[in-house]
Design a protein. Structure first.
Length: 481
């Protein structure tokens, strides 16, 4: 269907118009970039592009509702990727979130844009409490590759009150220059490993400590203190970090950090999180991902009681998003098994209809989420850090119970209704004979707007009224009314 739709879009009377709008998207820079000296305002043009695409799609797409929804989503994503063609001598990438796949994607694309533009430097404005280790590794690799091209990578921990904890400390340590605003903190990178075996805990902690130490040594920083960030959970204020050789200087803004780092620039572009990185961040949350899978199963279950293509399509879409999120997180076999069993248990609610299986299924999915959180060393595991997770989980369990009870009530009502095609509903109904009925023979009667084979214990003339007294297969037994 997708290929047929594309052929219609590119071969019909709107083809030149469509192709022009698709070609108007910049293929390399894929988010909003602006300059303080020469601001670029392209949002009205971008919105115009989106509405023109939607107008053309509305005229040409008649295949299905799902196809229209998919194209609208793609058009919206395309608008978020539209940017100016300008290049800048310096780029500032603002990160004010947990370190996850969305943040990694934002930084990787930002660093690649700087390389393509042959920029002098990149400033990562950082404020984070930590996040996924795999995403941290991807970011550090991208930073190293950028530094190898001769571009200076600077981390500015700011504004005031910002933090570079756990995964953020690794990112800062991988930079050429660390500048910290007043009232900021760096460090506290001890992995939180939950119920991991002590020997495994020591192996992971030592490995991360050595990595932090190596990053510090590569950039001529205090490797002893850097190692203590991991082994002892030590943190340093901005003044302490400068005094003990972790940070190179103090700064009040990204531009100030560039000046302290000795970078003279002619133009500066700012890169912020876009729809793509935000969606990836959303799907990188284990609790959100498992709840998407559970909600998808519940929607499919609802659709079995209230047949509509919309609920099924939405349920399948949510499960698809959840599977992509689990691919980002990297499911272990046990976690995958719990998730599959959880969704299957939710669907079994169709047979039970009392709500318990729906609650159990959601609970199993949330258990898979807890296992994912437990094995990630830089995800929060304290009650305070997990408060949003607890709230979501409790809401999901209560919602599943309410939905299960609702479906149970629907099931009871449906069970009490007579079957539409059950001949027994004819008993007691009156009709008219179409032929003579003789004892021991079969004739024809008209009952409930249908003709039926009929028998009687008495003689009934054609045209007389009769009452159905019994059913024998597809034959009715009648008597005179």
């Amino acid at each position: 269907m997708a290929s047929r739709t594309w052929q219609r879009l590119t071969s019909g009377k709107h083809a030149p118009e469509m192709l022009w709008y698709f070609k108007s998207f910049d293929e390399r820079s894929i988010w909003t970039v602006s300059s303080e000296n020469s601001p670029i305002c392209f949002y009205p043009a971008a919105l115009k592009v989106m509405f023109e695409i939607l107008r053309i799609v509305t005229k040409t797409l008649h295949e299905s509702l799902l196809t229209c929804i998919a194209v609208v989503l793609l058009a919206t994503l395309a608008v978020s990727f539209v940017s100016s063609q300008s290049s800048f001598s310096v780029y500032v990438i603002r990160v004010n979130a947990d370190i996850d796949q969305g943040t990694a994607d934002l930084l990787q694309r930002g660093l690649q844009t700087a390389q393509d533009a042959h920029a002098q430097a990149v400033v990562i404005q950082l404020n984070t409490n930590g996040g996924l280790l795999t995403s941290t590794e991807a970011i550090v690799d991208a930073m190293t590759a950028t530094e190898d091209t001769g571009i200076k990578v600077i981390v500015y921990v700011g504004p005031q009150g910002a933090r570079a904890f756990s995964a953020g400390a690794f990112i800062a340590m991988a930079s050429d220059y660390i500048a910290m605003d007043n009232g900021t903190v760096i460090g506290s990178s001890t992995p939180i490993l939950g119920s991991v075996d002590p020997s495994e805990r020591a192996k992971i902690t030592n490995g991360l400590a050595s990595w932090m130490q190596t990053l510090a040594e590569l950039h001529s920083r205090n490797s002893t203190l850097a190692r203590l960030f991991v082994t002892e959970g030590v943190s340093a204020t901005s003044k302490e970090a400068i005094r003990y050789g972790i940070a190179e200087g103090s700064a009040s803004s990204p531009e100030d950090a560039l000046g302290h780092a000795g970078v003279v620039f002619s133009s500066i572009g700012y890169i912020e999180a876009d729809m793509r990185s935000s969606l990836l961040s959303f799907l990188s949350d284990p609790t959100v991902t498992t709840l998407l899978a559970a909600l998808g199963g519940l929607l499919i279950l609802v659709d079995l009681f209230h047949p509509t293509i919309i609920a099924t399509a939405l349920g399948v879409s949510l499960i698809g998003l959840a599977l992509y999120g689990f691919e980002i997180l990297g499911l272990e076999p046990l976690e995958a098994a719990l998730l599959i069993i959880g969704v299957a248990t939710i669907l079994l609610e169709l047979k039970a209809g009392h709500g318990l299986l729906a609650v159990t299924g959601v609970g199993l999915a949330l258990l898979a989420s807890a296992l994912i959180i437990n094995r990630e060393p830089y995800l929060p595991k304290s009650p305070e850090g997990l408060l949003p997770t607890f709230v979501l989980s409790a809401t999901a369990l209560v919602g599943a119970g309410v939905l299960g009870f609702y479906l149970h009530q629907v099931r009871a009502v449906l069970a009490g209704r007579p079957k539409v095609n059950d001949p027994k509903i004819l008993i007691g109904r009156t009709g008219v004979t179409k032929t003579d009925l003789l004892p021991g023979s079969t004739g024809i009667v008209l009952v409930a707007a249908d003709t039926w084979n009929a028998s009687a214990d008495e003689t009934v003339k054609a045209g007389e009224s009769v009452v159905v007294t019994g059913i024998d297969g597809l034959k009715v037994h009648v008597r005179k009314a």
